[in-house]
Design a protein around this ligand. Structure first.
Ligand SMILES: [Zn+2]
Length: 220
């Protein structure tokens, strides 16, 4: 049940819910609205309230609780978590993240494993798509856990990508993919290199900016 931290009645006509910056809930209600009606409205909005409260905690830098309503980024979208009684595998995505209650104590590693698996699938698919279309030849794809190094390309033609990248929108993933593929031909950041990136993705500057601005959010 959701706790009302502050109830303010006034001559207003509608009910409003405010999740304050400290995570407490303020409810503004019409003078004569029945307590039971307020409660009912709050229960209907409970998912929204929990999500807001979880996000406030996250902004404040609080460690993750892996609790109901907390959100996790996947392909640029904030996906809420729901704890379910039992589940195999322990974590699945189905509109929401469904995590088995029994797996909650090891939720961090369950999430990491899930992201790594998705990263391998999504990045392999995107690399193959661009390689085929633009005639790039690479040897293999490696998934790393780097925090800010989104991708790299070795002289042996191995492309590495951090699993955190699958938290970003697909356009941003594509930018990193194209960037590393272009390194197969130019192992530097010369004008020729950037011209090639631009010939494939005209908007590449916007995606670089996105990574600079939101890169730290690609994290558990
Ligand atoms: Zn580079």
């Amino acid at each position: 049940m959701i706790q009302i931290d502050k109830l303010v009645r006034s001559k207003r006509k509608t009910l409003s819910l405010i999740v304050e910056t400290d995570g407490t809930l303020t409810v503004r209600a019409p003078l004569r609205m029945k307590e039971a009606d307020i409660r009912r409205f709050i229960e209907v909005k409970s998912n929204w309230i929990k999500r807001k409260q979880a996000n406030v905690q996250k902004e404040a830098g609080a460690p993750r609780q892996y609790a109901d309503g907390e959100t996790f980024l996947y392909l640029g979208k904030e996906v809420p978590l729901r704890l379910v009684r039992d589940g195999k595998p322990a974590l699945v995505i189905d509109g929401v993240f469904k995590l088995a209650k029994a797996a909650q104590p090891r939720a961090e590693s369950v999430f990491k494993d899930w992201y790594k698996k998705q990263a391998r699938t999504v990045l392999t698919e995107r690399v193959e798509f661009y390689a085929r279309k633009y005639g790039f030849k690479m040897e293999r794809i490696r998934i790393s856990s780097a925090r800010t190094r989104w991708g790299s390309c070795s002289a042996k033609k191995t492309l590495s990508f951090t699993w955190r990248l699958v938290m970003a929108p697909l356009e941003v993933i594509d930018y990193v993919v194209v960037h590393e593929l272009c390194h197969l031909k130019e192992l530097n950041h010369s004008k020729t290199f950037w011209a090639q990136v631009e010939s494939i993705l005209a908007d590449h500057k916007a995606y670089r900016k996105w990574l600079k601005q939101y890169g730290t959010k690609l994290n558990l």
